[in-house]
Design a protein around this ligand. Structure first.
Ligand code: C5P
Length: 280
């Protein structure tokens, strides 16, 4: 039986400061989209495989780490399960692809074992695998604080179309956090405004306020590429556009499918990695 692992977007991302444990205090509004990886978990030899040859197959794969943590928390020896991941979420893109695979493994193992853990317990186990995993266990629209693991479910973002575009450079997450520590941030997201807009069911008000501080932390040439993508999205009718996570994927929210398709087509002329999806 296959399991879906959905991608996430950051409607907002703010870094509030550096913590004594080396992590950063975050405040983020997260949103799931329909774009997903598909996992098959079956008895085997305890291996991870995927349609992408270069993904780690052992301990370094978050799906594998999640399985290990699950059996550890349950206090039972880990049975030899094979996990195959059909990757559709872009890799190293700021969309929590790996974390979402880990969350899907936790949810599925919990289901198969007859729900020994509550959702909160499962999210806590997820936190041992990675900072974005607890949110991926929860899904939907949520406010994430702390390392990313202090979660509050929010009123759902009104359903809309999403165009995603990943420029062809990659960014190291620790490096970007270090850059954020070193620069004075010129702009912060209006998180309170986004929360109020979500409360009011106001898609346009939410989209207009989306912002991620890392957009301004990227090296100038890379920041310019993200800005260029955001401009194209807005020109094609996006209600708002932002970068997701530590990037480099930028996305736009659209009320109408026609405008979203236009934006997709326009970006696909220049970029290889462009997707059209919807919020969940
Ligand atoms: O928890 P995770 O392994 O996903 O984090 C990857 C890296 O991102 C950390 O090693 C750290 O450099 C950075 N990070 C951070 N503060 C957070 C989450 C991640 O500094 N809240």
């Amino acid at each position: 039986m296959s399991v879906q692992a959905r991608a996430k977007l950051n409607l907002t991302l703010d870094v509030l400061g550096r913590r004594p444990d080396g992590y950063h205090e975050l405040c983020m509004v997260m949103q799931s989209v329909q774009l997903c990886d598909v996992l098959e978990i079956a008895p085997g030899e305890g291996r991870v495989s995927s349609n992408l040859g270069y993904l780690p197959t052992g301990e370094k794969n978050l799906a594998w780490a999640a399985a290990r943590r699950f059996w550890e928390a349950l206090g039972r020896p880990q049975p030899p399960l094979d996990i195959h991941i059909e990757k559709r979420i872009p890799v190293c893109a700021g969309m929590a692809g790996g974390s979402s695979d880990a969350a899907a493994v936790l949810r599925e193992l919990n289901r198969r074992e007859g729900d020994p853990f509550t959702l909160e317990q499962l999210m806590k186990i997820g936190g041992q695998v990675g900072s974005d995993v607890p949110y991926c266990v929860l899904g939907g629209t949520a406010l994430a604080r702390g390392r990313g693991e202090v979660l509050t479910a929010l009123p759902p973002l009104p359903r809309c179309h999403v165009v995603l575009c990943k420029p062809d450079f990659s960014i190291s997450t620790p490096e970007l956090f270090a850059r954020a520590d070193a620069v004075k941030l010129r702009r912060r997201p209006d998180t309170a405004g986004v929360l109020a807009a979500l409360e009011a069911g106001d898609l346009e008000g939410t989209a207009r306020r989306m912002y991620n501080i890392f957009e301004d932390v990227l090296p100038p040439r890379q920041a310019a590429r993200v800005t260029e993508i955001k401009h194209t999205l807005i020109e094609c009718g996006a209600l708002g556009a932002a970068m997701s996570g530590t990037g480099p994927t930028a996305f736009g929210l659209f009320a109408g499918e026609e405008q979203a398709r236009l934006a997709w087509a326009q970006l696909a002329e220049t970029y290889q990695d462009v997707w059209l999806t919807e919020t969940v």
